[in-house]
Structure formats: structure tokens, C-alpha cells
Design a protein around this ligand. Structure first.
Ligand SMILES: O=c1[nH]c(=O)c2ncn([C@@H]3O[C@H](COP(=O)(O)OP(=O)(O)OP(=O)(O)O)[C@@H](O)[C@H]3O)c2[nH]1
Ligand SMILES: [Mg+2]
Length: 188
């Protein structure tokens, strides 16, 4: 394992302090994460298009290499929506509203998708790393400080993301799975 002095450094451009805390915690022994707080504009499109565009803009703003990430919550009954628009759906209808969106469907399954983009700097094409965790949309349980964590119950668990200890979420989450791929890209 790398010693502290050999640790690689990465700048994570995000406006979300909860994402930053999870990324720092998952990478704590391997990669030093510096943060740069910018609320980046997000285009419409596929999760990969959105992630790539976000990262290009971030690299232009900080004039250097960086990572960004975009998170989707996808309902299978709705062919993947709200997907990248989950932030606006959550802000508009709340956790209860997210459940009510599925009232007319028997299928409550879905998945959390994390798309991390790494850009070497201005003018470079970002590289994309995806992580998926499957689960079900359930009535809210647990603390409400991070997004839709209380309504997402990962497959194989009887707790929602919000109810489970952080160190469990951080070994099964969509974010953890995408970061594993990013780590392999940098360290292997
Ligand atoms: O319960 C959750 N568990 C998670 O693990 C998680 N990760 C992100 N989110 C929320 O989903 C939306 C994504 O939108 P998003 O990717 O554009 O993020 P953001 O705008 O907050 O930050 P950023 O784009 O500056 O990085 C935002 O509402 C985030 O709060 C999560 N909610
Ligand atoms: Mg955002």
C-alpha cells in the first residue's frame, strides 16, 4: 500500500458536501481528495453525456485535472426516470412524492447509478467510470440529511441507505463501485 507521501492527489469538483464526505472516506488510505466547490450547470442527455460535460466545464474552471460525478436514481417501472433529473424531482415532490410516483406500478425496483468523470485538463476528453447498486424504492426510513437515501433500500439488505451505518453504505454503494473503477485506473 502506498505511504502518505506517495498518495496520489485528485481534485473533486462538486457542490455537494455529502458526496465529498463519502468520496474522501472511501479513498482515505489511497488517494487524497481536494475539493473545489462549484455548482456546475448540467445539460440534459444520457448520464454519460451529462457527466462528461460537467467534467469538461470543471476542468476549464479550475484549469487543471479533476473529477466530477453525477448521480441518478432510476425507477425500472419508468424505464430509468427520474434518472439524472432526480435532484429536481426530489426537491419538487419530496421523499413521499417519489414513492407516490410509483403508486400505479407493481414494480418498485430501481437502481442508483454513479457516473464519475475524470478529465486531465482543458481540451481533454473525460474518461467515465460507472457504478450501479440495485434496490427498491420504499417509504422513507432513517435520517434525511442526504438526498433520497431514506427511500432507497439496496437489494439483499433490510435497511435503507439512510438507516445503514456509513461504513456499510460505503462498501456497497453506487459511488463505491464507480470509485473502485477509478482507483483501478489510477493505481493498477
Ligand atoms: O440519497 C442519496 N444518496 C446518494 O448517495 C446520493 N448521491 C447524490 N444524491 C442526490 O441525488 C441528486 C444528484 O444530483 P447531482 O449528481 O447533480 O448532485 P449535486 O448537484 O448535489 O452535486 P454536484 O453535481 O455538484 O456534484 C442530488 O440531489 C444529490 O443530493 C444522493 N442522494
Ligand atoms: Mg449537480
Amino acid at each position: 500500500m502506498a505511504t502518505t507521501s506517495e498518495k496520489k492527489k485528485l481534485v473533486f469538483v462538486t457542490g455537494n458536501k455529502n458526496k465529498l464526505a463519502e468520496v474522501q472516506s472511501i479513498f482515505k488510505d489511497v488517494i487524497d481528495i481536494d475539493s473545489h466547490k462549484v455548482d456546475l450547470p448540467e445539460l440534459q442527455g444520457t448520464s454519460q453525456d451529462i457527466a462528461a460535460q460537467k467534467c469538461k466545464m470543471a476542468a476549464d474552471i479550475i484549469q487543471g485535472p479533476c473529477i466530477t460525478e453525477d448521480t441518478c436514481l432510476c425507477f425500472n417501472a419508468m424505464n430509468g426516470l427520474p434518472g439524472p433529473y432526480i435532484k429536481w424531482f426530489h426537491e419538487s415532490v419530496g421523499l413521499d412524492g417519489l414513492n407516490k410516483m410509483l403508486v400505479g406500478f407493481d414494480d418498485k425496483s430501481g437502481y442508483a447509478l454513479c457516473t464519475i468523470a475524470y478529465c486531465e485538463g482543458p481540451g481533454h476528453e473525460p474518461v467515465i467510470f460507472e457504478g450501479i447498486t440495485k434496490g427498491n424504492i420504499v417509504p422513507a426510513r432513517g435520517p434525511t440529511y442526504f438526498g433520497w437515501d431514506p427511500v432507497f433500500q439496496p437489494e439483499g439488505f433490510d435497511q435503507t441507505y439512510a438507516e445503514m451505518p456509513k461504513d456499510i453504505k460505503n462498501t456497497i454503494s453506487h459511488r463505491f463501485r464507480a470509485l473502485e473503477k477509478l482507483k483501478a485506473y489510477f493505481l493498477d
